[in-house]
Each structure stands twice: as structure tokens, then as C-alpha cells.
Write a protein that binds this ligand. Structure first.
Ligand SMILES: [Zn+2]
Length: 165
């Protein structure tokens, strides 16, 4: 059966086929009683916000063409900045790196990784090790502790390799 709904935006009567979402032909308003499916396809997904308008650079006025200066056109070298990418481990000093490696292999796997700025690995190694202790009762914990220790050793060596000289 065909439903007839009134558009809340422009009061146009919208005929709705069964199983379809009502869409106003006059103003395009997707007027609907609570639909079983989310927003119609043309609605922009709310997750991706458009770029903030205040950062929009207006195009150059007509007639003006920016021409690169000839002397700078073939500049061969750009200073290479070691950009701090979020998520990349921070560089640590060599002393910290040695302490991190020793802590990981001699004390508790993960603690060294944490002080060596390998937070994600450190937390997982710590969890693996700490959960592994009670699990030794059913043997699997032995392997968890071994895995945490080896992983901590590998991370410790990586911290040593990336440490500042
Ligand atoms: Zn309408």
C-alpha cells in the first residue's frame, strides 16, 4: 500500500512506495518516520567534516599568474627534516637504551620498552609477562613469558639501534 506523507520542510505531499524511504520531490527533504535503514545514499556521511572554510585559500585573481623565480626553479636540495611522525618511537639517549635493554631481559619484559619510549610494545610485553605468570600452572604461561622476554629483547635491541649516539 502507498503511504502519503507531508514534507515537514515545504509541506508538499509525498507519496511513498512500500519499502522505500520517503523523499520530498520538491525540496529533497528525506522526511521519514523512523526508517529501518540509516540515512539515504545522497546524505553526506557525518563522519567526514568538510575542511574548515577559514583555511580556504581563494584562487589568485584573474590575470595574475604566479611565476617561479628562475633562480629557485631547480633548487636541488631541500633540507631534510626528520619529521616527528605521531606513533613513531621517540629517539632516546644511548644510556636510556642500554637501561631499557637490561631492564627488559634482566628484570621485567616491557618495563625497559616503556622507558625506551616503546610504549605500545612495552604495555603488551608487560601484559603478556604478567598474565603469563599465573598461566604457568597450565604450562602455556611458560611460553607467554618466553615470548614476552624474547619480544622485550628484540625491542631492546631496536631501541639500542635507534638511540642517539
Ligand atoms: Zn519538501
Amino acid at each position: 500500500m502507498v503511504e502519503r506523507l507531508k514534507c515537514p520542510q515545504c509541506s508538499t505531499i509525498v507519496t511513498v512506495q512500500p519499502g522505500q524511504s520517503p523523499v520530498c520531490p520538491n525540496c529533497g527533504f528525506g522526511a521519514t518516520p523512523p526508517p529501518p535503514v540509516p540515512a539515504p545514499a545522497y546524505a553526506p556521511p557525518p563522519v567526514y567534516a568538510p575542511p574548515a572554510p577559514q583555511f580556504y585559500q581563494p584562487p589568485a585573481p584573474p590575470g595574475y599568474q604566479p611565476v617561479p623565480a628562475p633562480g629557485y626553479a631547480a633548487q636541488p636540495y631541500q633540507p631534510a627534516y626528520a619529521a616527528q611522525v605521531p606513533g613513531q618511537p621517540q629517539p632516546v639517549t644511548q644510556g636510556t637504551a642500554i637501561a631499557a635493554l637490561l631492564l627488559n631481559i634482566l628484570l621485567i619484559p616491557g618495563v625497559g620498552s616503556l622507558i625506551g619510549q616503546r610504549k605500545k610494545e612495552g604495555i603488551w610485553q608487560l601484559v603478556l609477562f604478567l598474565v603469563g605468570i599465573p598461566m604457568t600452572l597450565i604450562l602455556v604461561g611458560v611460553f607467554m613469558i618466553m615470548a614476552a622476554w624474547i619480544w622485550g629483547l628484540v625491542t631492546g635491541i631496536q631501541i639500542m639501534q635507534t638511540a642517539q649516539k
